[in-house]
Design a protein around this ligand. Structure first.
Ligand SMILES: Cc1cc2nc3c(=O)[nH]c(=O)nc-3n(C[C@H](O)[C@H](O)[C@H](O)COP(=O)(O)O)c2cc1C
Length: 246
């Protein structure tokens, strides 16, 4: 297997970091990897805000619901939907931008941010750094917007903590790949059995880690997905001028 595949096949999130800084050279290379990522229509509607200031990271850790690893990691990057940038280009062309108000706009930005996030993660891990994506910044999006000085038509979508690994973590098992890969046509007939098997696998995984608080995958999803777990996303997104149901 080549080095790229080895990295991709061994992905695992890290939540324990050394205080050592990430060098400017490393950080520049990681960011360039995301800057090179494709975007739909070449819109380049994703921007990154790099935070290294300890106080600001501590504040983000707190508003993400008390995620200590955000404060611990020397670098925290927020991936921002940036329809403010595209709006400037659209105005220059003498047009009025509306895409930011649409479901299509949000979907496209989500896809493009995901590609950029993947590139950031791979680049960082190729330099032996650890990473963990952070959706928890959407718990308090308005505070995040204020903290990062984000203007209208922008939104903090997801973050990434990056740093030198203090304590490595084991690879988390996934559900059977047959529940992921569908050849030619979608087929959900194996899902229930795959979920049963995966619930047992995850319980075994927690046991091996000595985590007596571990719960099954379906239990965990039941707890999370029975509500809109970050209810501020919609009202704050609307206040930013996004998603007006076009
Ligand atoms: C978009 C996204 C948001 C995430 N948000 C958080 C988060 O806020 N806090 C956290 O500790 N992990 C977060 N994670 C990490 C997931 O919990 C993790 O990827 C998943 O449990 C699988 O574990 P693994 O990454 O070690 O394979 C997030 C992952 C993704 C892709």
């Amino acid at each position: 297997m080549n080095e790229t595949l080895k990295l991709q096949h061994s992905h695992h999130s890290i939540r324990s970091y050394k205080p050592d800084p990430v060098s400017d050279e490393m950080l520049d290379a990681i960011i360039e990897a995301a800057h090179r990522a494709p975007t739909s229509m070449n819109a380049q509607e994703i921007s990154l805000v790099v935070v290294r200031d300890a106080e600001r990271k501590a504040r983000i850790a707190e508003l993400a619901g008390g995620q200590a690893w955000i404060a611990q990691a020397p670098v925290f990057i927020t991936l921002v939907i940036d329809f403010n940038k595209t709006d400037i280009g659209v105005r220059k062309a003498g047009q009025t931008q509306v895409i930011h108000e649409s479901m299509e706009g949000l979907v496209v930005a989500g896809v493009d941010a995901g590609i950029a996030l993947g590139n950031l993660m791979m680049a960082a891990r190729s330099l032996d750094l650890g990473v963990v994506p952070i959706g928890g910044i959407r718990r308090n999006p308005q505070t995040m917007i204020d903290l990062l000085g984000l203007p209208p038509l922008t939104f903090p979508l997801v973050g990434l903590a990056i740093g030198h690994i203090e304590k490595d973590a084991p690879i988390k098992p996934r559900m059977d790949i047959r529940s992921f890969r569908h050849d030619e046509r979608y087929d959900a007939s194996g899902y229930a059995a795959a979920i049963d098997a995966y619930d047992s696998t995850i319980m075994e995984y927690w046991k091996q880690l000595g985590r007596s608080d571990g719960i099954s995958w379906s239990q965990n999803l039941g707890n999370s997905l029975k509500q809109v777990y970050f209810p501020q996303v919609k009202p704050v997104g609307a206040m930013q001028g996004l998603l007006n149901d076009k």
